[in-house]
Write a new protein. Structure first.
Lengths: 169, 427
């Protein structure tokens, strides 16, 4: 299970789409470190230079809408961003984030109770979000049991390996 | 209680008598699609899966080079190369290189790889396009695609369905694109998130296959998991011309349960325009046109509107005329077959004579890749599907989304123009 995460919040609005998370022109980049240098470039070109490793993106509804590009959560993770808290996530981004191991938290209350610069502590296992600056605590929506089991197994790759091994037996 | 069309297809592919919204299922896939960008990542993931040396079925995977092709640079060339080598190694039957395919979502139906009742997943969000043929089709990321390559199955959460019932006959210069833009405007860009959209009504019964493709294609623009039409005689004729593969035409039950039913009368619908910077910022063209709304680029193409019908509409409007002097018009026929047909019909000559640059098929301009990228401060009107900040290049550019007719009319005047004005003028 993932350890507790702690970092400062960078807050954005609703409908943060994949084109601003990682613009199309970078989608032929394979090197993850290089992708990380362009995270959120279309929305906030200063994000990567301003953020510190372990910081947290906080956003309104429908985070990650648009393209299926898996390099969107990969770029966020590679930038050093520890997690994304949003009121809701677009469907494909949600799946991709789980698959590549970017921790995501869904909580409208937490988003409303966090401002940019607040220090946040997150417990991925329990979904607890603590705003250390304001002394408040929230609990993110629980993952459905199947998704929780995927996360606990370490993502989709170990799940597929398990299926293949079972088929071999 | 009965099942929706999406639930019927999912139940059969999961080997279950019935499924309900929210249920998590393992479903067999009939086809897995990837382009050179999603494939490159998926191939890398597949190499890491212990025990996975082969794809589940080399006949049920389609790989299409379309995003950064013809290669924009050495890096893009190496991704396309990676996919080509993988196709050879795995003996993938449906591999489409430059000059033999085109845009994935235009190519697959043309090649008979999509049939009613099938379940298709793809490493591209516009995979939902195949709902036009009565298939369940949804976009996924590369790790999910890698899992599907290996297992031939995917896990899915059964979506609740939204039933859209259209009535009325479209007026002059009003097309499927206008109907779908209006729909996205009404639902909002997250209005159908995690949901299936099921299209119904006399209006869509009358629509051509191409029109249905345009509408299913943009289901994702309302956040939907899939958008689906019932297959009818038109669909079956189209598919049977292209494949002998047997397929099962499913129908929603009369007592299927829908989360919402929305009735949309399009009798009085004007041509619609999605204004910057979201696809749901949709307005009737009469509210958008202004003398000072000049455009720098008109783009005709994409998986939404890169079909022969679309090019014919544009050619009819531009025939014997010249595009405005202060803009450029870029046309990308959606596939090699569309390009060939447009060439044979004289459509490409008409477009070129009017001053359009006719490109080879590809996705480049639509997603800000290459072959038509916008610069700072530029404004475009485009037949594509997304107008997010930076979508077609500079984050300081503006993108308006519209039908091929509205884009062609705008090409003639140099500003965003109601195509019905040209109709009145006898163009």
């Amino acid at each position: 299970m993932e350890a507790t995460l702690r970092g400062h919040a960078h807050k954005y609005g609703k409908n943060v789409d994949t084109d601003v998370i990682i613009p199309g022109k970078y989608c032929n980049i394979v090197d993850q470190t290089e992708l990380g240098k362009h995270a959120l470039e279309g929305l906030d070109p200063e994000y990567v230079s301003r953020m510190k490793s372990g910081d947290i993106i906080v956003a309104d509804t429908n985070f990650g809408c648009g393209s299926s590009r898996e390099v969107a959560p990969i770029a966020i993770k590679a930038s050093g961003t520890a997690a994304v808290i949003a009121k809701s996530f677009a469907r494909i981004f949600y799946r991709n984030a789980l698959n590549i191991g970017l921790p995501i938290f869904e909580s409208a209350e937490a988003v409303d109770g966090i401002e940019s610069g607040d220090e946040i502590e997150l417990e991925p296992a329990s979904g607890i979000v603590r705003n250390l600056t304001r002394g408040t605590e929230y609990r993110a929506a629980e993952f459905p049991p199947f998704m929780r089991s995927l996360i606990d197994a370490g993502g989709l790759v170990p799940y597929v390996e398990g299926r293949l091994a079972a088929a071999d037996r | 209680m009965g099942m929706t069309l999406t639930e019927k297809i999912l139940a059969r592919h999961a080997g279950l008598p019935r499924v309900e919204p929210g249920q998590i299922i393992n479903a067999k896939v009939d086809l897995v699609l990837a382009n050179e960008l999603s494939a490159a990542v998926a191939i890398g993931v597949m190499r890491k899966i212990k025990g996975a040396s082969k794809v589940f079925d080399p006949g049920k995977i389609a790989l299409v080079a379309d995003h950064f092709v013809p290669a924009k640079d050495a890096q893009s060339a190496s991704l396309a190369r990676l996919m080509k080598d993988f196709a050879a190694e795995q003996k993938i039957e449906h591999f489409f290189d430059v000059g033999r395919g085109g845009i994935e979502h235009v190519v697959l139906p043309e090649e008979g790889l999509v049939a009613p009742g099938e379940l298709i997943v793809g490493g591209d969000s516009h995979t939902c396009t195949y709902g036009a043929f009565g298939a369940f089709a949804t976009g996924m990321g590369s790790t999910d695609v890698a899992a599907a390559f290996v297992l031939g199955e995917v896990w899915l959460k059964v979506p609740a369905s939204i039933k859209l019932v259209y009535s009325g006959t479209p007026g002059p210069m009003v097309y499927a694109k206008d109907i779908m833009l209006r729909t996205v405007g009404e639902l909002g860009i997250d209005g159908a998130t995690y949901r299936a959209i099921e299209y119904h009504g006399t209006t869509v019964d009358e629509l051509s296959i191409t029109g249905r493709i345009t509408m299913a294609n943009m289901a994702i623009e309302a956040g939907a998991k899939n958008g689906i039409f019932h297959a009818d005689a038109k669909t079956i004729a189209y598919v049977k011309e292209r494949t002998d593969r047997p397929f099962v035409v499913e129908r929603a039950d009369a007592d299927a349960l829908y989360e919402r039913v929305i009735e949309i009368d399009i009798s009085a619908l004007e041509p619609q325009v999605a204004c910057p910077h979201t696809p749901d910022n949709v307005h009737p063209i009469s509210e958008v046109t202004r003398d000072d709304l000049r455009v720098d680029q008109v783009f005709i193409g994409s998986c939404t509107n890169g079909y022969i019908d679309d090019l014919r509409i544009v050619a009819k409007i531009l025939e014997g005329r010249q595009i405005a002097s202060n803009l450029r018009v870029i046309v990308n026929p959606g596939s090699q077959k569309v390009w060939m047909q447009a060439a044979q019909e004289g459509v490409l000559t008409t477009l070129a004579a009017a001053g359009c640059a006719v490109n080879t098929p590809g996705c480049g301009a639509c997603f800000g890749g290459h072959m038509g990228t916008l610069g700072d401060g530029e404004r475009a009107i485009s037949t594509t599907n997304r107008n997010y900040v930076g979508r077609m290049g500079s984050p300081k550019a503006e993108i308006y989304l519209a039908s091929p007719a509205t884009c062609a009319a705008s090409a003639l005047t140099g500003r965003i123009t109601d195509p019905r004005v040209l109709e009145l003028a006898g163009v």
